[in-house]
Design a protein around this ligand. Structure first.
Ligand SMILES: [Zn+2]
Length: 398
């Protein structure tokens, strides 16, 4: 459905991701939400469309063909994303992998296209693959059922065999997939094509992103109003579905444009320029009670590097205190409660701010910045946001 240059992609490989291995050297992942879509398709085909087309089919035939059709649909979706990914890689854009999720798929790109031409080609590759699949499945239907010419009446479909029914449905659904993705609302493929054209015409990628996102929001709102109109006129289920997709689209337009613009403005910035360098260390032999009274309660610092003989050997935080019974705190030292440095998630000095922002979003706690084995700074999510506010105003919107 879309491409993403979200460098947090690695973090999305949590419990909700099922890995399907590699294809053409590209990692393929499945988000658990795909199972919802799979179940929806199987139930709507096996419980609605196929019985309508083939009243004579047994339940076993109906449901097994629904499962096969739904699986082939997911494969079609994957082909769409692979097409984006392979094109991007051929143009020198690194690809982390592909993830299929509830609303389709995402090809995770390591960087943005360098030229409007590249952006255009990568965006066009997906819908093109879907169109090709629509033609191939339509051709297969013709081979399986020579002379089949639907007039649109469900009775026509009754003459189709199982295989031809599945290929016919797949040709239709791939066609819809291609057309839907060509809606000119960013970040859909159509929106990316639109952005590439604006970018090519004006040379200004930031302005192009804003305008494409505005069209994306507009497309979303059109869909919402259309859905409401249909719901009011009796078509409740399809109407609400449109409202839902429209709302999702317009949110996605705002969020992805904001993300792209933010990442763009952080480009080239290292955390060394924004990390906190005014902070205190605590020695290993410090009693916990003293740590609490003289450090924890007296400062806004949240993470303290712990030193022994001039070496940073761990970090101390409020959370680590929970490992020690309060009555023991008088005769326990920081060394007993700290997190050893080897277990601490840290960032090396010089880490790009973009990457740090993603890592910080995952961990929600400030991270120590390490250079030559020493903690040289602490970085908070707020530090990145502070820099953005300093350079772009407090609430830059699309
Ligand atoms: Zn796409």
């Amino acid at each position: 459905m879309a491409t993403s240059n979200d460098s947090a992609s690695d973090s999305r490989q949590g419990w909700a991701q099922i890995s399907l291995g590699h294809l053409f050297g590209i990692r393929i992942g499945l988000h658990v939400s795909v199972l919802i879509i799979f179940a929806l398709i199987v139930s709507s085909l096996g419980g609605g469309m196929f019985p309508q087309w083939h009243p004579d089919w047994s339940a076993a035939v109906r449901w097994s063909s629904a499962i096969i059709a739904a699986a082939l649909f997911l494969a079609s979706l994957l082909a769409h994303e692979l097409s984006h990914a392979v094109t991007a890689r051929r143009l020198g854009i690194g690809i982390r992998g592909i993830t299929l999720f509830l609303f389709g798929g995402v090809a995770e790109m390591e960087s943005e296209a360098r030229t409007p031409r590249d952006e255009f080609l990568v965006a066009a590759a997906g819908p093109l693959a879907s169109f090709v699949l629509a033609i191939v499945f339509s051709f297969l239907t013709g081979v399986l059922e020579p002379g089949f010419e639907p007039s649109g009446a469900p009775a026509d479909f009754a003459t189709l065999g199982v295989a031809a029914t599945i290929t016919l449905w797949l040709s239709m659904v791939n066609f819809v997939l291609a057309v839907f993705n060509l809606i000119p609302g960013f970040p859909l493929d159509g929106g990316r094509l639109f952005r590439a054209l604006l970018w090519w015409k004006t040379g200004d990628v930031v302005q192009a992103t804003r305008q494409a996102a505005a069209v994306g929001r507009f497309a979303g709102w059109v869909m919402i109003f259309w859905g409401v109109w249909r719901a009011v006129h009796g078509d409740t289920v399809n109407g609400l579905w449109l409202v839902f997709i429209g709302w999702f689209l317009q949110r996605l337009a705002v969020m992805s444009a904001a993300q792209i613009l933010m990442e763009r403005s952080l480009k080239g910035l290292s955390i060394d320029a924004i990390m906190r360098t005014h902070f205190e260390h605590v020695p290993t032999e410090l009693p916990l009670n003293t740590f609490i009274d003289d450090f924890l309660l007296r400062s806004s610092q949240l993470v303290w590097p712990v030193t022994r003989d001039g070496q940073d050997v761990g970090v101390m935080t409020l959370e680590r205190l929970h490992n020690v019974v309060p009555t023991d705190r008088a005769h326990t030292t920081v060394a007993d409660a700290m997190q050893p440095i080897a277990e601490v998630v840290t960032l090396p000095a010089g880490t790009p701010a973009q990457e740090a922002l993603h890592r910080l979003a995952e961990h929600a706690t400030p991270m120590p910045v390490i250079r030559d084995g020493r903690v040289v700074g602490l970085i908070h999510q707020a530090d990145v946001l502070k820099w953005l506010a300093l350079h772009h105003g407090p609430a830059e919107t699309v």
